[in-house]
Design a protein around this ligand. Structure first.
Ligand SMILES: NC(=O)c1ccc[n+]([C@@H]2O[C@H](COP(=O)([O-])OP(=O)(O)OC[C@H]3O[C@@H](n4cnc5c(N)ncnc54)[C@H](OP(=O)(O)O)[C@@H]3O)[C@@H](O)[C@H]2O)c1
Length: 336
């Protein structure tokens, strides 16, 4: 069995395709053939500089997998050979409150990742796939999908008629746009690219703002909401954009703090003055993943794929994310 491994801090070109023996599934475990694994910004950062993230080496990267069950260990009740499954981001997060031991079970970080021909996980770290999704589409759900769902619905309590601000057009943000629309929300989307904004409008974004042409985009958001601000923000920018997000969200609104794309200083006072709810989001639990899949199935939602790369071409897939031109998800496919 082949797997891509990070062996040092030398970056994408040093990713190595190696032979790995994963053995048979033990009690409660499932062995599955990985058909698709999308790249998240975090996987890209891990491959580029594993030591900066305290990643044990060697390490197979990537949290995301969609695959077909090939064997099950003793006592496995939920899955059988032939079933279509997705990996959960955390090997040990069913639905309880987050704790350190759960945080230390992230795939492609503290635990081995999914960029391999086959993998073994406990059945409690897998969910069934929505039936209407292809392997490629299903390979995008684990991190970006669940993160957007957790921020908007599980923590944010999104409801029909709410206004949501989604920032940029990467993996998390495009899921946030799609999930907001199926939940009946109004969406304001931002991007550095007018072409991407047009694509966002074609997908249902109600209003769009180019954050390069309009650096004071928080004022544009207030203008679009009669000075009230939005109900929710899916904050992927981090410290460099959070102050503007605090301005752009309405009184009592929710900011799901997700990303770390930019640096900056924050004045927390308006958080109190506007009774803003600010929630740190770290992907989500298996229960949240199941909840999201139910919504995806009921609405026949199709994840947006920017590009696919073959398993043997994994390095090119990581380089493509580095170009920062994608819209939605970049996926590594191994369907043979
Ligand atoms: N906490 C969690 O659980 C979690 C989970 C997933 C991701 N994340 C984090 O969330 C961020 C996004 O992840 P991703 O996988 O979706 O990455 P991605 O697919 O690479 O998307 C990044 C996109 O963000 C947009 N962007 C960059 N700078 C921006 C800015 N200043 N203002 C607004 N948008 C900006 C760009 O969109 P345009 O080209 O349209 O401008 C870019 O394409 C990363 O920091 C990642 O580490 C966190």
């Amino acid at each position: 069995m082949k797997a891509w491994r990070i062996e040092n801090d030398d970056g994408i070109d040093a990713l190595k395709l190696t032979d790995v023996d994963i053995g048979d599934p033990g009690p409660g475990e499932v062995r599955f053939r990985v058909k698709a694994s999308s790249i998240n910004r975090r996987d890209f950062n891990t491959v580029r500089a594993p030591s900066a993230r305290d990643t044990p080496l060697p390490r197979i990267p990537n949290s995301d997998a969609a695959g077909e069950v090939v064997a099950v260990g003793d006592g496995v009740r939920e899955f059988k050979p032939g079933d279509r499954v997705a990996s959960c981001f955390f090997k040990r997060w069913q639905g309880e409150r987050m704790r350190a031991s759960i945080m230390a079970s992230a795939l492609g970080g503290a635990e081995e990742g999914m960029l391999s021909e086959e993998a073994i996980l406990p059945e409690t770290a897998l969910v069934p796939l929505p039936e209407h999704l292809t392997w490629v589409e299903a390979g995008t759900l684990t991190c970006a999908g669940v993160t957007a769902w957790n921020a908007l619905v599980e923590q944010g309590g999104l409801k029909a008629g709410d206004t949501v601000l989604v920032m940029g057009t990467g993996g998390v943000s495009i899921f946030a746009l799609q999930l907001s629309k199926i939940m009946g929300a109004r969406v304001i989307a931002t991007s550095k690219s007018d072409e991407k904004l047009e694509r966002a409008r074609n997908m249902g974004a109600d209003e769009t703002i180019n954050y390069v042409d309009t650096p004071n985009w928080e004022k544009a958001v207030l203008d679009l909401t009669d000075g009230e601000g939005v109900d929710q923000i899916v904050e992927v920018g981090g410290a460099g954009t959070l102050q503007k997000s605090i301005d752009a969200v309405g009184f009592g609104g929710h900011i799901g703090l997700i990303g770390v794309l930019t640096q900056g200083e924050i004045n927390p006072l308006p958080l109190l003055g506007k009774s803003i709810r600010l929630t740190g989001i770290y992907v989500g639990s298996r229960e949240m993943f199941r909840n999201m899949n139910a919504a995806i199935s009921a609405n026949a939602l199709k994840p947006v794929i920017d590009r696919t790369f073959s398993f043997g071409d994994a390095r090119a897939a990581f380089n493509a994310m580095g170009e920062d031109q994608h819209f939605g998800k970049i996926v590594i496919v191994d369907e043979d």
